[in-house]
Design a protein around this ligand. Structure first.
Ligand code: COA
Length: 189
């Protein structure tokens, strides 16, 4: 699905500040849902994998710490996280408000972490489940998140930090950058 079409499929509620809220986004192969407490145990299982920890520059956490990180991300106005659902794995119909943990395969988030430029967001994507990789989900979800960030947060510039050895991520972002060169910055880690 093109980014514009994904944006058109977005639904959600404002939280009063016009920013974080219960946003959902429905794409061709993926659905983005808010990161809910119900998602934390599976997310924590993913983050025991040394390869995922390295690829995402993360530290291993206890389950209690993961719940605390979830709470802080939920409250942080500068961070927006979605859990990625693989539509093929959703049991029955997709229902807004249902965490659909059976279909969760990764996450995507933006972080407005440059105090000098709040229209710049660092973007991170993880398709944790091997069975859902290589199906175009990473690319679709990254475009959906960028579209969301432009529309809801007024983001003008995206930054992706990717290690030299992460061939899959480099390929994904280079492909996107070749389409959207002016708004993507690359940094080496
Ligand atoms: C990087 C990642 C998000 C890619 O997700 P994905 O859903 O498998 O990617 P897609 O299927 O959308 O593929 C996007 C492009 O990358 C390429 N690609 C994907 N995996 C690849 C691999 N292992 N090696 C080489 N190219 C790869 C695809 O071929 C595709 O390009 P194409 O359309 O020209 O063929 C996923 O591998 C991942 O989550 N890795 C671990 C976490 C991570 O590294 N996150 C990024 C941190 S910066």
């Amino acid at each position: 699905m093109e980014a514009a079409a994904a944006a058109a499929a977005m639904g959600g509620e404002e939280d009063g500040r016009g920013r974080k809220g219960s946003w959902y986004a429905v794409g061709e192969r993926a659905v983005l849902v808010p990161y809910l407490r119900e998602h934390v145990p599976r997310y924590h299982e993913w983050m025991q994998d040394p390869a995922l920890l390295e690829a995402t520059a993360s530290e291993p956490l206890s389950l209690a710490q993961e719940f605390e990180v979830h709470r802080s991300w939920t409250l942080d106005p500068l961070k927006h996280t979605f859990i990625v659902l693989d539509k093929e794995l959703i049991e029955g119909e997709f229902v807004v408000g249902n965490p659909h943990t059976e279909a969760m395969i990764g996450d995507v988030n933006i972080y407005m972490n440059d105090p000098d430029d709040l229209e710049l967001a660092e973007i991170e994507i993880m398709i944790a489940e091997q069975k859902s990789r290589g199906k175009g989900l990473g690319q679709e979800v990254t475009l959906m998140m960028m579209s969301f960030a432009v529309e809801k947060y007024g983001i003008h510039t995206f930054r992706a930090k990717i290690s030299d050895s992460n061939t899959a991520s480099l390929k994904l972002f280079r492909k996107l950058a070749s389409r959207m060169l002016p708004i993507v910055q690359f940094l080496r880690r």
